[in-house]
Design a protein around this ligand. Structure first.
Ligand code: RIB
Length: 283
């Protein structure tokens, strides 16, 4: 099995739980406050690692308590942190409100994530994966690192609108939601995985639509990250694209049933059990 190299953000997620999301200018009372490891890059790295991938993470933390906590948490998942840098800066923080219906609202304070540089190539990489919470130069560098050794280059251009469409199109696979797809226009990368929330995901230009697995949704934060990490892990172990996507959809169906991002990422045994259960129900 080849390695999954992830270049991306790592944040301390500060969650507040509310009955509904506030309107602009409105003050609401929430039910509780939770600190949990997050950041799109780190979430995707953890998702892939829990599914059995050998993962190396390229990112940046501040020299502060959040940085220590987040590094320890990634190490607990067995992720190679040899390329994780520490800077005299604040560690990234995301302020996240989650409503009773599972919807969320997020403000990211990037801090040290803005200092992430282009990663060095890795001869053992099967797959490189990046997102839009690090500088464009780091995303360009991820693509260059993948090209250097012939690895497959995946991009999840989320949050929308931060990466030039021309850059996203040069990746082998883009994992996008409908808003991010619109931002690409008509000229698409060779393969697009279009995520459709509760409706599953479609492979473009001419692949199948795979249904989402049934889930009791409590928090959709991190669902896209679990899908992207699962897809990367599946491709790195040599699964065909649709099978790798099925692994990602299985991971996402478990992720949305739990609170938080990294704490919500399921293990391979959990995902295999869910996929087997769905196959039995279908058959
Ligand atoms: O995709 C969810 C992630 O977005 C959160 O973990 C938060 O840190 C933001 O980056």
């Amino acid at each position: 099995m080849g390695k999954v190299c992830v270049c991306g953000s790592v944040n301390m997620d500060v969650f507040g739980y509310v009955e509904r999301l506030p309107a602009p200018g409105e003050t609401l009372r929430g039910s509780r406050l939770v600190y949990a490891p997050g950041g799109k890059g780190a979430n995707q790295a953890v998702a892939a690692a829990r599914l059995g991938a050998d993962v190396r993470f390229f990112g940046a933390l501040g020299e502060d308590r959040f940085g220590e906590t987040l590094a320890a948490s990634l190490a607990d998942d067995g992720i190679d942190l040899g390329a994780l840098r520490r800077h005299d800066d604040a560690t990234g923080v995301a302020l996240i409100l989650v409503a009773d219906d599972g919807e969320n609202q997020i403000v990211v304070l990037a801090g040290a994530n803005d200092r992430v540089k282009a990663p060095a190539p890795d001869p053992d990489a099967a797959v490189w994966l990046t997102q839009a919470e690090v500088p464009v130069a780091a995303v360009e560098g991820t693509l260059a690192a993948a090209r250097e050794t012939g690895a497959t280059a995946l991009v999840n251009p989320s949050p929308a609108g931060r990466l030039p469409a021309d850059l996203v199109r040069r990746f082998d696979v883009a994992i996008v939601n409908e808003t991010e797809l619109e931002g690409l226009g008509l000229d698409l990368p060779p393969t697009v995985v279009l995520t459709l929330g509760a409706a599953g995901a479609r492979i473009l230009p001419d692949g199948p639509t795979l249904p989402a697995l049934p889930a009791q949704v409590v928090d959709t934060t991190g669902a896209g990250d679990s899908l992207a990490g699962g897809l990367a892990a599946g491709l790195a172990e040599g699964l065909p694209l649709a099978e790798a996507l099925r692994l990602g959809l299985g991971a996402a169906s478990l992720c949305v049933e739990r609170l938080g991002c990294q704490p919500a990422m399921p293990t391979r045994a959990e995902v295999d059990a869910r996929l087997a259960c769905a196959a039995t129900a279908d058959g």
